[in-house]
Design a binder for this molecule. Structure first.
Ligand code: 2HG
Ligand code: ZN
Length: 460
């Protein structure tokens, strides 16, 4: 610890685990965005709230920026430390603190993995329903900081909906105990919801009380091959009408090619333009018959040209792998990622316009579309063509983003649906938020983090 600021931190908090090991700096200095080179001064691993508060007070005194760090599975650069920050890893604060059967709540520390939350809820016969592919690595604190969405938003909403209480250390080191697990609390501004989705710029989550719910009935998964986006919208409308949906996701032929090249089993002998993965309640024979009737109708109408319905959990999991394996199958290409939303009904027109612009201006780009179509949330991953160097590729992708921003403006959509703004989308924040809104956000940040030590440069 040659840096005198770190010597002082170690003196103030003698029990605090600190590391300047180059491997730790590299590991904790970045998230799943690969664009920035990690350069933190050190990694702190607080064991409790008192240590988090101590770190924040020290950071204020010594003008050191802090990057709160969960599982770092984010895709917008929200947990990147590339400018001499102290990374505050919540890895050691990873315990379940309490379960309350009457309230149906689970109180946890922020560093617990989402999957461990799922398992803990299931041990009590309940579920924590927010779910997505990074469940094994991401942490609940990061989920809260980004208001994570995922594959079951259509049924259960975002993380926001499941946070009954939140303890947060603000940028001035104050501990706030927000909402305390109450179902009803009409006592003024709900600061809990201000914290959720604030991307580590207003406070560090040190404890969360999660609402749980009853598990849904048994479900089935359907994979449908769809010839066109208009048809896909009809399938969605009909599915909403006839099935009780748990998830309604889509991907394109290009996505399927990547995911099968990466080891997943191809579902059909032929390739089709679009695929839907739908999960729905199938508790009994009546529900299963309804699903079959829905499928037959889609085939008769020509909205669907091929399909398969799972008949076992293993088959359901294999169908889900086709959708959930896409991000990993693209990772080696260091894709340029976009995560947009429009109203669901606008998806086909938005996609057609964007695809025409891409075909015209960037015919060499491999563009992979997939996502949570039932929420109007599309992931657009652009892969670097061979022969183009990475900086030139990123520069061209930024031009694509400018086209995207224009197209989204026409369709009243958002440049970030669920991945947040972070560093990646910061240049485009003003395309979705008015100057008045951004000024208010900056004012709120000033109140909660007067010296600007919490995740500076991200979001605002
Ligand atoms: C998903 O829905 C994630 O699979 C990741 O949000 C999306 O890799 C992406 O672009
Ligand atoms: Zn997603």
């Amino acid at each position: 610890m040659s840096d005198p600021r770190l010597t002082e931190l170690a003196r103030l908090l003698p029990g605090l685990k600190l590391s300047t090991d180059p491997g730790d700096l590299e590991h904790h200095g970045r998230d799943w965005t690969r664009r920035w080179t990690p350069a933190p001064i050190a990694i702190a691993y607080p064991a409790d709230t008192t240590e988090v508060q101590g770190i924040v007070r020290w950071a204020n005194d010594h003008h050191v920026a802090i990057v709160p760090s969960g599982g770092r599975t984010g895709l917008s650069g929200g947990a990147v430390a590339a400018a001499g920050e102290l990374v505050v890893s919540l890895d050691r604060m990873n315990k379940v603190l309490d379960f309350n059967a009457v309230d149906r709540t689970l109180t946890v520390q922020p560093g617990i993995a989402l999957e461990a939350v799922h398992n803990a809820a299931r041990e009590h016969g309940l579920i924590y329903p927010v779910d997505f592919a990074a469940r094994g690595s991401c942490q609940i604190g990061g989920n809260i900081a980004t208001n994570a969405g995922g594959i079951r938003v259509i049924r259960y909403g975002n993380t926001r909906q499941w946070i009954a209480g939140l303890k947060v250390v603000t940028g001035s080191g104050e501990l706030l105990d927000l909402n305390k697990g109450l179902v009803k609390n009409a006592s003024g501004y709900d600061l809990r919801h201000l914290m959720i989705g604030s991307e580590g710029t207003l406070g560090i989550v040190v404890e969360a009380t999660l609402a749980l719910t009853s598990p849904p009935p048994a479900s089935q998964v359907m994979l449908l091959a769809v010839p066109a986006m208009d048809a896909l919208m009809k399938v969605f409308a009909e599915a909403q009408h006839r099935l009780r949906l748990e998830a309604f996701e889509f991907f394109t032929d290009r996505a399927l090619e990547h995911v099968t090249a990466h080891g997943a089993q191809a579902p059909f002998a032929e390739a089709y333009p679009f695929y839907v993965v739908a999960e729905f309640d199938a508790a009994d024979e009546k529900a299963e018959a309804a699903a079959l009737a829905f499928f037959e109708q889609c085939m008769e109408e020509g909205w669907v040209v091929d399909g398969v319905i799972s008949s076992s959990d293993a088959q359901a999991a294999a169908l889900w792998r086709l959708r959930e394996g896409i991000t990993e199958s693209l990772a080696a290409y260091k894709p340029y990622k976009n995560d947009i939303s429009v109203r669901i009904s606008r998806v086909p027109a938005f996609m057609a316009e964007m695809q025409a612009l891409l075909a015209e201006g960037y015919p060499d780009f491999d563009v992979v579309w997939f996502g949570h179509i039932g929420d109007g949330n599309l992931h657009i991953n652009v892969l670097k063509p061979e022969g183009l160097d990475y900086p030139a590729f990123v520069a061209q992708c930024e031009q694509v983003t400018a086209l995207l921003v224009d197209t989204l403006a026409r369709h009243e959509g958002s440049i970030s649906a669920e991945h947040g703004i972070g560093l990646v989308k910061k240049p485009w924040l003003s395309s979705v938020r008015s100057p008045a809104e951004i000024a208010l956000m900056a004012g709120i940040k000033k109140v909660l983090d007067p010296n600007g030590i919490l995740n500076p440069g991200k979001l605002l």
